[in-house]
Write a protein that binds this ligand. Structure first.
Ligand code: GDP
Ligand code: IMO
Ligand code: MG
Length: 440
């Protein structure tokens, strides 16, 4: 039977999904993205080489593994081709490994323009987006006027659809007082040219994935962003515009929920967020600066400093609930190595009462007073440790505390950015759910 596993972010993104997916991908024949676009930045270190994957699934770095961009993803062809060029220059067989859904939606330059207008309006709170046109492209998808990869690679239908959409966007831009005109013909010509290079990779990826399942192949879904950035379950409106949570993997790929055999969350041993929005355990003092420095917490896509804070148990319990995590990977344990004490938020107090669910509004989340429990730090290096027994006793106690307070198994621990700086705990559910080391 196939192993169909979803790996996704349990916090606000940048949990280390790229590293984890790269590590696990040697056990899978296919790695697939199901949502988001080049707002994602998944960093993978292989020895001295550093890769930042944005649109292309991290599985591409394993020779012979098929990388699939599913229908739920939004694709900027220029960003895609730039990423493909960089991967090919690094010796990766992109043409042989990458497949792109004919139902994925296409991002155009005017999507970025519209986003800029929205983010800059004085009557709106800025979300602090990545400015990649992601939101406006999803808006067009839901409004049923979007352009899909199948249209992009069909010159017969692209021009008509494109001219309608471009006229629509120009009208919106004018309505918001943007004087800038975009060169409609030049954009069309460029997109027709880019379509030529992309066409051979475009296919019905839902069929490809389901045929692979029928043939007993293993599939790993790679989430982008994180559950707290999910359009429904995140800290709305400070979210991205797609379904980052586990449910999105089925809608965004055409693989049925009955096929999924495991759902694995990725969480830092603390927490970070990029962009605007409420953040209950945020550290706005030098302790946050210390985490940022130790964890090199700067955005992989925009270079913005990531906001840092202590591990948030109620948040993890909530994301475990909406995703149904079987087990989680805890990353960046080593970043906490030189702390005397490590506070962990164990409950939310709102208006003097302990909350029993995640509040829905920005106002309520802003009013959370985190209840902390102070755990002793281990004050010794864990960087690179790959065995549970070799971890300092207090680091093991910290992890056991996170496990018991969240109610979710910690099945894998990461102690550095490299593949081998990781341990999958023997006897864990994580170990049982992952296929064996050598794919058949
Ligand atoms: P993603 O978006 O979830 O794939 O995460 P990013 O790549 O944006 O950010 C995670 C960063 O942490 C990357 O620079 C990784 O190389 C790095 N990283 C991942 N796991 C570990 C770890 O266990 N320890 C340390 N020190 N760095 C890690
Ligand atoms: P990975 O996959 C962290 C954030 C942005 C902004 C909000 C909306 O690397 O974990 P968008 O451009 O998506 O409309 O921005 O979401 N954001 C991320 N934060 N990691 C990401 O991806 C993110 N992708 C989007 O900073 O707050
Ligand atoms: Mg990232």
């Amino acid at each position: 039977m196939s192993n169909i596993i979803i790996v996704l972010g349990a916090q606000w993104g940048d949990e280390g999904k790229g590293k984890v997916v790269d590590l696990f991908s040697e056990r899978f024949q296919i790695v697939a993205r199901y949502q988001g676009g080049h707002n994602a930045g998944h960093t993978v270190f292989i020895g001295e080489r550093k890769f930042i994957l944005k649109l292309v699934p991290s599985g591409i770095l394993r020779p012979g593994v098929a990388a699939v961009i599913g229908n739920g993803v939004v694709i900027d062809p220029a960003a895609l081709l730039a990423e493909i060029d960089a991967l090919e220059a690094a010796g990766i067989d992109v043409a042989g490994q990458l497949k792109i859904s004919n139902r994925a939606h296409v991002i155009f330059p005017f999507h970025r323009m519209i986003e800029k207008v929205g983010e800059g309006r004085p009557d709106r709170v800025a979300i602090g987006t990545t400015s990649r046109g992601i939101g406006p492209c999803y808006e067009d998808k839901i409004a049923r006027r979007g352009i899909r990869m199948a249209d992009l690679v069909d010159p017969g239908s692209l021009e008509t659809l494109y001219r309608w959409l471009a006229a629509d966007k120009q009208t919106t831009a004018h309505a918001f007082g943007v004087a800038e005109e975009f060169d409609c013909d030049a954009i069309l010509a460029r997109y027709l040219e880019m379509a030529e290079r992309i066409r051979p990779m475009v296919c019905d990826t839902a069929k490809l994935l389901n045929d692979a399942i029928a043939a007993g192949r293993n599939i790993l879904f790679e989430g982008a962003q994180g559950t707290m950035l999910d359009i429904d379950h995140g800290t709305y409106p400070f979210v991205t515009s797609s379904s980052a949570a586990a449910g999105g993997a089925c809608a965004g790929s055409g693989v049925a929920p009955t096929r999924i055999t495991g759902i694995l969350g990725v969480s830092k041993a603390y927490i970070t967020r990029v962009g605007g929005g409420p953040f209950p355990t945020e550290l706005r003092d030098e302790r946050g600066e210390r985490l940022r420095k130790a964890g090199k917490e700067y955005g992989a896509v925009t270079g913005r400093p990531r906001r840092c804070g202590w591990f948030d148990v109620p948040l993890l319990r909530y994301t475990a609930m909406v995703n149904g995590f079987d087990s989680i990977v805890v990353t960046k344990l080593d970043v906490l190595d030189d702390l005397e004490q490590i506070p962990v938020c164990v409950a939310y107090r709102i208006n003097g009462k302990i909350a029993d669910s995640m509040p829905a509004t920005e106002r309520e989340i802003e009013s959370i007073e985190p209840v902390y429990e102070n755990l002793p730090g281990w004050n010794s290096p864990t960087f690179g440790i790959d065995r549970w027994d070799s971890l300092p006793a207090r680091a093991r106690d910290y992890l056991k505390f996170l496990e018991s307070s969240t109610g979710v198994e910690i099945g894998c621990i990461s102690t550095g950015p490299e593949r081998n700086q990781t341990m999958i705990l023997p006897g864990s559910k994580m170990e049982r759910l992952l296929p064996g080391d050598t794919p058949g």
